[in-house]
Design a binder for this molecule. Structure first.
Ligand code: ZN
Length: 84
């Protein structure tokens, strides 16, 4: 990391919530996903790919979580989980 370069970088905050921040460097074209213990640095295109991946994973997870909620209703989880 070149200190001079870093000073010239203009970081725009793209978003922020309880798990971290996402910033975009207009000079490097790099998106930084800053989490509590780690930072991911991705080119914009890679970030968009990651976003698409997370989006589909999110949909899948919510579907699975909903299925589990159904399975965990009293008296159904032990006997019916793999019966369908
Ligand atoms: Zn930069």
């Amino acid at each position: 990391m070149d200190a001079k370069n870093r000073q010239s970088c203009a970081h725009i905050c793209l978003g922020s919530n309880s798990v971290g921040d996402v910033t975009f460097c207009t000079d490097c074209g790099v998106v930084s996903v800053v989490l509590q213990y780690m930072t991911l640095r991705l080119e914009a295109n890679a970030f968009l790919e990651l976003d698409a991946l997370l989006g589909s994973a999110r949909t899948r997870l919510l579907t699975l979580a909903q299925a589990q909620v159904d399975e965990l209703r009293p008296h159904s989880w032990q006997s019916e989980t793999h019966v369908h």
